[in-house]
Design a protein. Sequence first.
Length: 133
Amino acid sequence: PVLITLRRGGNPSLLLRESSVLVDYNALLLNPTYLALGVCATITPKNGFVFEVTAIDRTAGVEVNDQNVGMMTVRPAATVRMSDLNRVNLKREDLRNAKLVMNGKTWRVENTLPRPTPNGAGDGELFLYLIEN
């Protein structure tokens, strides 16, 4: 978790002390979001094992910067929590060309993009950019 330090005033006569707050982004932000919007999904990477995760279906499309032509494009996607992937020991590189089954439809993961929290790349979400299978 990120350590946030709060400092109050500069006058020692006020007896204000420094305090620290740990921020758990999964508990405060991601878990409630995935509870409300998440769906059960399965990911099957190249090794053939099937893993259950909770995903947010963004297959209606998200804006992606297409570096080849220098403009935005809309691509089907899904997001998964890094904590779910860490729990089943899946790494970002394991997901390229993996099969994702979500909402009764099968997709192939073409590419991924991390969306970390301030706690680092091992926390936050991973965008899965999809191609219809």
